[in-house]
Design a protein around this ligand. Structure first.
Ligand code: ZN
Length: 120
């Protein structure tokens, strides 16, 4: 019966290996999920750091050349977005308040949101 014992041992080893592998996978999955959480947190902090740097740029402009280049790109993109928003408003027959950017119909004299006098 030595042969059957060997087979039994082989099967039992295989089962052990499989459940060990499953355990490893679950463990690895758990660790990966923790890594993912930390990576998301790092991205959040990069964003936070970037917003703080941009605020510094707007206040004092005292930045390294590289930081300044990134800030200037943000400013330029923000301006372009505002122009696109104006285009959309104009396509819809609206105009946007120069103060608060709220859209209102072309013939509105004062901004319904902040009261700023609007051009025709
Ligand atoms: Zn307004």
């Amino acid at each position: 019966m030595a042969f059957l014992d060997d087979v039994g041992r082989a099967v039992s080893n295989t089962v052990d290996t499989v459940s060990k592998k499953t355990g490893e996978l679950v463990e690895v999955q758990k660790i990966r999920s923790q890594i993912s959480t930390l990576e998301k947190n790092i991205e959040k902090n990069y964003l936070h750091l970037g917003k703080m740097t941009y605020a510094k740029f707007q206040e004092s402009g005292e930045l390294t050349e590289e930081e300044r280049a990134v800030c200037e790109e943000i400013s330029s993109n923000t301006e372009t977005i505002a122009q696109y928003e104006d285009q959309i408003a104009s396509i819809k027959g609206m105009k946007r308040c120069p103060n608060c950017k709220a859209p209102s119909p072309q013939d509105t004299a004062y901004c319904p949101k902040c009261g700023t006098k609007l051009d025709d």
